[in-house]
Write a protein that binds this ligand. Structure first.
Ligand code: ADP
Ligand code: MG
Length: 290
């Protein structure tokens, strides 16, 4: 898959959003905290646009609209003294959107309250995905759940295992009754352990790209799918953003996730999981193909 992951930041694909206007009570002077003033925000989003460039699919790029509403909302909320702080909050929120590798945010105050003749003052910050999840380890242990109930299910699992980066172990394969959603055929489920250098957001992005490459079409929620890849755990990170929640919020209620996961990492599961979850509707049908 062509990717620009290793290119330097100057060469990366980017989305440029210019002149987002909003008013907010931001500044160190009392009058600035009392009365909203005009601001203009510019945003550069660095991303890998190669997938969207080929697929022409909105799901494969960054949601610009969401980025603009994030910036507008944060300025309008106000209550902050420094432009540095506003720009940093906006950049961190934008890093929470899927597929964003880095965000450069410029916040410009259009009428600075200074006794001099100047047009504007501005602060620009650049934040990278990696800044949030920098660790001193070479790699992080992550777990990904795989599910499939359309087409050649075993082949779909093999495809996922071949495409996921840094696979260190695979659980056995389980055949399971569908949970939730419409009437549909049984699933095959399996869990993979990865040793990965990717950040959680990059890993999610990779999972969505692999689902798309397997021909997944997004129809009804919890409807039949050729491939579903869910990031269960990434080290001990706890993430709640618009596009990614880790640990996966529904994993603790799903026997089709916990049973395969218990083969790889029993120590990560609550002690009573096996007694607590309803039994049945699940059968181990094969060892992992190594
Ligand atoms: P589900 O897996 O619940 O059936 P989808 O596979 O359609 O639903 O996922 C929809 C969205 O869930 C993804 O686009 C992704 O942004 C979001 N999501 C949030 N947290 C996670 C996670 N931990 N793993 C995978 N997707 C996640
Ligand atoms: Mg999913």
């Amino acid at each position: 898959m062509p990717t620009n992951q290793n290119r330097s930041s100057q060469d990366r694909d980017r989305i440029e959003l210019r002149g987002i206007r909003a008013t907010g009570a931001i500044g160190v002077l009392a009058e600035e905290q009392e009365r909203a003033q005009p601001f203009e925000v510019d945003i550069d989003i660095e991303l890998d646009a190669s997938l969207a460039g080929r697929s022409d699919d909105l799901e494969h790029t960054v949601d610009y609209g969401q980025a603009v509403s994030i910036a507008t909302k944060i300025v309008e909320t106000g209550g902050v003294l420094l432009l540095e702080k506003v720009a940093t909050i906006i950049a961190h929120e934008i890093l929470g959107l899927a597929r964003v590798r880095a965000a450069t945010v410029t916040v410009k105050k259009l009428r600075p309250p200074l006794p001099h003749d100047l047009t504007s003052t501005a602060v620009r910050v650049r934040r990278e995905q990696a800044d949030q999840f920098l660790t001193d380890r070479a790699s992080t242990t992550a777990y990904v759940a795989m599910g499939t109930n359309l087409g050649d299910r075993q082949a779909n699992l093999r495809f996922a295992a071949a495409m996921l980066p840094g696979i260190a172990a695979l659980s056995g394969i389980y055949e399971t009754d569908p949970v939730g959603g419409p009437d549909q055929d049984p699933y095959l489920n399996q869990v993979a352990r990865l040793e990965t250098m990717l950040t959680p957001f990059e890993l999610l992005e990779r999972c969505l790209a692999i689902e798309a490459a397997a021909g997944r079409e997004r129809g009804i929620r919890w409807g039949p799918r050729t491939l579903d890849l869910d990031v269960l755990l990434w080290g001990d990170a706890a993430i709640e953003s618009a596009t990614l929640t880790v640990p996966h919020p529904r994993m603790w209620e799903r026997r089709f996730v916990l049973e395969p996961l218990s083969e790889l990492a029993p120590e990560l599961l609550p002690e009573d999981w096996n007694e607590r979850l309803p039994r049945g509707g699940i059968k181990r049908i094969a060892d992992a193909e190594q």
